[in-house]
Design a protein. Structure first.
Length: 201
């Protein structure tokens, strides 16, 4: 068994079978949870608010297509417990699988986009339910702001690129954590979902 926490920088999906495995909202949520740190099936299930029995098939599919791997095993109450982690820091899809020039390519795009947003919707609803319970049990709790926007703007190609560069820098800061954090600060996990694209309609 590989007992290491090293990962590849990038895993590129270049076959349809692996893309189909990824095109499932629950599996996307599993990958999002494992992006944080190695976790057991029970820990993943707790994070999703699901029974662990619902995850074993999906975990097997992700592992068999090299999207996740076992990084540690141990005996707990005479049962083998496994820690899973992403095989790479980033997952990318080969652009040849997402071409609009074929019916198959268009269907792949539909599957990927639909799965991504369905997974995001499930995460939002789960968060809102947990947020409501938290506020109900603690009247002094700060509900914090949730932002949902849909905007449009007219930009030149040059100004759009400038904006995207700034946006990527901001997202890098968001993903790495705010540099002004101090030791002992209470941390809250935040999720960010976004789609920016040029419209030709």
């Amino acid at each position: 068994m590989e007992n290491t926490y090293s990962r590849d920088p990038v895993f590129i999906i270049n076959d349809l079978e692996t893309l189909k495995v990824l095109s499932d909202p629950l599996r996307i949520q599993i990958l999002e949870i494992l992006a944080q740190k190695p976790q057991t099936v029970n820990q993943i299930a707790e994070g999703l608010g699901l029974a662990s029995s619902r995850l074993y098939y999906h975990i097997k599919m992700l592992e068999s297509h090299n999207l996740i791997k076992v990084v540690e095993t141990r005996l707990v109450n005479n049962m083998l417990e496994r820690d899973y982690w992403l095989t790479a820091e980033e997952i990318e899809i080969d652009k040849d699988l997402l071409t609009f020039s074929s019916d198959e390519g268009q269907e792949n795009i539909v599957q990927v986009v639909r799965s991504y947003w369905e997974a995001t919707l499930e995460d939002v609803m789960r968060t809102l339910q947990a947020r409501q319970s938290h506020i109900a049990s603690d009247q002094s709790a700060d509900p914090q702001e949730m932002v949902m926007l849909k905007l449009q703007s007219r930009l030149s190609a040059k100004s759009y690129k400038v904006f995207i560069d700034k946006f990527n820098t901001l997202m890098e800061e968001f993903s790495q954590g705010y540099e002004g954090l101090k030791e002992g600060d209470e941390l809250q996990e935040y999720h960010f979902a976004c789609l920016i694209y040029p419209s030709y309609s």
